[in-house]
Ligand binder design. Structure first.
Ligand SMILES: NC(=O)C1=CN([C@@H]2O[C@H](COP(=O)(O)OP(=O)(O)OC[C@H]3O[C@@H](n4cnc5c(N)ncnc54)[C@H](O)[C@@H]3O)[C@@H](O)[C@H]2O)C=CC1
Ligand SMILES: CC(=O)C(=O)O
Ligand SMILES: [Mg+2]
Length: 371
């Protein structure tokens, strides 16, 4: 199979869909790998390293899209990329379709087959191709939040860990999954007072036993969210209902009673955000202020630490890329029900229920298109 990796084009996105080690594995399996020139340059991977691993370097994204049977990327295809996709072409990348009708239309119109990293499962209730980036974004959320709390950045001027004689900041984390756990680890490490809300009791149990008395766990209700956000200095939005648009847990109304300079980091922004006042921002301009509250809503946070993130992501995706290339998508998805959960779009049909429901398209089960 011909596998193509274009350079990412989102704002300050330097991750790359395949690392040279992945290229070497794929070429060893008899596949041809096409990489757009300078795709890895932003993280210090020169074209020569890809060539040494067996890749062919192409001058433009258009050539990669034209020649490849499977496109392996990082971020959801932008409009110009959707326009280059075609029928019988396989796309393997993050999609986050539920809050993105324009991209959904682009993919459906193209006729391509699109497998989303974020809905592939592991059979144990986990999302193994989302998890590595959630680990990164969770850890970064505290770093980014602490920075935004500085006065010069628009924050309330509270130091996360406090100092002797002055209390540490109150960090409230809504959603105690992979992002939430990693955010809590870093916030606790920096000396903050941490509360984690989740609506799954087994998860609260687990968090309680891992953090012991270094974090408070709370069952997530409207009441609990309202009470917590009113006393927080830093609020992290980290909920997920897989594939679906994020529920709006901090409403515009609640915002009015949140103190000025409080920072809200909406990591769930890639699924539409879990604060009513969130809208996607970029690494170039990461924050904006509403009612005195600082919002940080960067939809590709791991792109900020693109070198770490590229290797973390490709460690997880590579076995699936190899399976798709070796077997073809139909057999790979037939053999692996967890990978099958990743199928979101096939030839103009939406094959993921939560996406179809969110966007008002008819739902075609993935199993139906595999026959
Ligand atoms: N902005 C960015 O750059 C990035 C964003 N993300 C996003 O972060 C979000 C979280 O991802 P993960 O932690 O991996 O998901 P996860 O599935 O590990 O955890 C989500 C948690 O939210 C909880 N939850 C669901 N509804 C809730 C509610 N009403 N109240 C409280 N908790 C609730 C679930 O029980 C679960 O524990 C996703 O939308 C993901 O796509 C992930 C990586 C990067
Ligand atoms: C998960 C995601 O949206 C990202 O890594 O950018
Ligand atoms: Mg206010």
């Amino acid at each position: 199979m011909r596998i193509g990796t274009p350079k990412e084009i989102k704002n300050h996105e330097y991750r790359v869909g395949l690392a040279p080690a992945g290229v070497r594995e794929l070429t060893a399996h008899g596949h041809e790998v096409l990489v757009e020139t300078r795709a890895g340059l932003g993280i210090g991977i020169a074209d020569e390293e890809y060539v040494a691993a067996g890749a062919t370097i192409l001058a433009t994204a258009a050539e990669v899209f034209e020649q490849a049977d499977m496109i392996v990327k990082v971020k959801e295809p932008q409009a110009s990329e959707c326009a280059m996709l075609r029928e019988n072409q396989l796309l393997f990348t993050y999609l986050h379709l539920a809050p993105d009708p324009q991209q959904a239309k682009g993919l459906l119109d193209s006729g391509c087959t699109a497998i989303a990293y974020e809905t592939v499962t592991d059979g144990r209730g986990g999302l193994p191709l989302l998890a590595p980036m959630s680990e990164v974004a969770g850890r970064m959320s505290i770093q980014a939040g602490a920075h935004a709390m500085e006065k010069a950045a628009g924050g309330n001027g509270v130091l996360l860990g406090g100092v002797p004689g002055v209390p540490a900041a109150e960090v409230v984390i809504i959603g105690g999954g992979v992002v939430g756990y990693n955010a809590a680890r870093i916030a606790i490490g920096m000396g903050a007072r941490v509360t984690i809300l989740d609506r799954t009791l087994p998860r609260l149990n687990w968090l309680d036993s891992v953090f012991e008395n270094r974090a408070t766990t709370l069952y997530s209700t409207r009441d609990a969210v309202e009470t917590c956000v009113h006393r927080a200095d830093l609020i992290i939005g980290a909920v997920l209902v897989p594939g679906a648009a994020a529920p709006k847990l901090v409403t515009r109304d609640m915002l009015k009673s949140i103190r000025n300079g409080v920072v809200m980091v909406d990591v769930a922004i890639d699924q539409g955000g879990c604060f009513e006042t969130s809208r996607p921002t970029t690494h170039q301009e990461p924050t904006y202020v509403i009612d005195g509250v600082v919002h940080y809503c960067v939809a590709n946070m791991p792109g900020g630490v693109a070198r770490t993130s590229t290797f973390a992501l490709t460690n997880a995706t590579l076995p699936h890329v190899i399976a798709l290339a070796d077997k073809g998508w139909r057999k790979a998805l037939s053999d692996d029900p967890n990978l099958r959960e990743g199928l979101n779009v096939h030839r103009g049909q939406v094959t993921y229920r939560a996406v179809a429901e969110a966007l008002g398209y008819p739902y075609t089960p993935a199993a139906d298109v595999l026959q």
